[in-house]
Design a protein around this ligand. Structure first.
Ligand code: ADP
Ligand code: MG
Length: 372
């Protein structure tokens, strides 16, 4: 996986401290601390109902926090109305003004800010070019496709040169091809403008593709925040491990140590090793994680640093460029493996194979306070 280019410097532009949001008796956001770095593209990723929109609304000024503080450029903003926060906003269905042309829609945020007419004309022209809608200025929203409307919404959010742009599932209503196209455009726009962007999605591949950093939301909390590759390679919790990418997750118990590794035993009696971590201690109940692509079918002698298990093929799924092989590993349980198409195709249910993996590719996660 290639790391996304980071233009962020380490200075936070926004600081949320102990921010909570309670609706009646329901705590939507518990106590959230977050720094948003100047210039970064940061994504809130999480399942529906995990608190992404609520957090974004508090940042943009459409919801007031129940408690806690929000600072932007060192100023407390949590009680400022939205239009005084200098934040551009794009929503999934952010209604453009239907009776106005595209040009009028884009002029509006500049007019309310008292920008001179010549300057408005110039900036509207530039914004239309930036979102590739140069010829569409005189149309009304209803005469545009969904993707074009979202481009206008984006142009309207950037046109007053806000310090921060927040986008709540802006591509969620678009079909896959268009969505991927606009992801690429959004990334290019972020590179060109250098403006800090806060993006919300429940789609992990969209988050990985776009972001410098991703904050993974679960039940009103941020479970982990990091670069896409940090989250993929070193998930901190079983939730993050299961939400980002595919994972074999096996319940086991640490039964010993060997050098820098821990030995984990599964209910079926077999053991596997993985690198130890600070918190690891004997008798700890763990989730043992193996990415499907880190497993391979062994055809030759065992390699140093590798471990093997014997397994029975339950099913194979042909996917063109690869095969997914579902296995029952002796004394361990269900494993899913990605094999290259030729390698996996010869297999049939019932076949017995040797599965090999490096010790380094295993990752143990604590189950102590996270039984999801
Ligand atoms: P997400 O954007 O991650 O899907 P939301 O931030 O919209 O999640 O919602 C988080 C939780 O807060 C959900 O359980 C939702 O039902 C609840 N919630 C959001 N807005 C309100 C509201 N105005 N009144 C009551 N509950 C709300
Ligand atoms: Mg939402």
């Amino acid at each position: 996986m290639t790391e996304n280019r980071t233009q962020a410097d380490a200075t936070p532009i926004v600081r949320l401290r102990a921010v909570s949001k309670v609706y009646g008796t329901y705590t939507a956001i518990a106590s959230l601390d977050l720094d948003i770095l100047n210039g970064e593209f940061i994504t809130f990723l999480g399942p529906s109902g995990s608190g992404k929109t609520t957090t974004l609304m508090m940042l943009a000024g459409f919801e007031a926090p129940t408690s806690g503080s929000i600072e932007m450029d060192g100023q407390r903003i949590e009680r400022l109305p939205a239009h005084k926060r200098n934040i551009g906003v794009v929503f999934q269905n952010y209604a453009l003004f239907p009776h106005m042309t595209v040009r009028e829609n884009l002029s509006f945020p500049l007019k309310v800010r008292g920008v001179a007419r010549d300057e408005i004309t110039r900036r509207v022209g530039a914004a239309l070019e930036q979102v590739h809608l140069g010829a569409m200025g005189d149309r009304r929203p209803i005469q545009l496709s969904g993707g074009q409307q979202q481009r206008v919404a984006l142009a309207r959010a950037i046109i007053f040169k806000p310090k921060l742009i927040v986008l709540d599932e802006p591509l969620g209503a678009l079909d896959k091809n268009l969505r991927e196209h606009l992801q690429t455009e959004l990334k290019a726009l972020h590179r060109d403008l250098g403006t800090t962007m806060v993006f919300v999605t429940h789609d992990q591949s969209e988050a990985l593709m776009l972001s410098d950093r991703v904050a993974v939301f679960n039940k009103g909390r941020i479970e982990q925040i990091g670069s896409p590759s940090e989250l993929y390679r070193a998930p901190a919790t079983p939730f993050v491990a299961s939400f980002i990418g595919e994972n074999n997750m096996l319940d086991g118990e640490i039964v010993g140590r060997e050098a820098g590794d821990v030995v984990v035993r599964f209910a079926g009696g077999a053991t596997l090793r993985a690198p130890s971590q600070d918190w690891c201690q004997t008798a700890a109940r763990v989730s043992f994680n193996l990415r499907p692509e880190s497993l391979r079918l062994a055809t030759d002698a065992a390699k140093p640093g590798c471990q093997r298990v014997s397994a029975r093929v339950l099913d194979t799924v042909y996917l063109g460029d690869q095969n997914r092989v579902v296995l029952e590993a002796d004394g361990i349980g269900r494993l899913m493996l990605k094999a290259d198409a030729e390698n996996g195709r010869a297999l049939a249910p019932g076949d017995v194979v040797q599965v090999e993996m490096t010790v380094a590719s295993g990752r143990v996660l604590t189950r102590a306070n996270n039984e999801t």
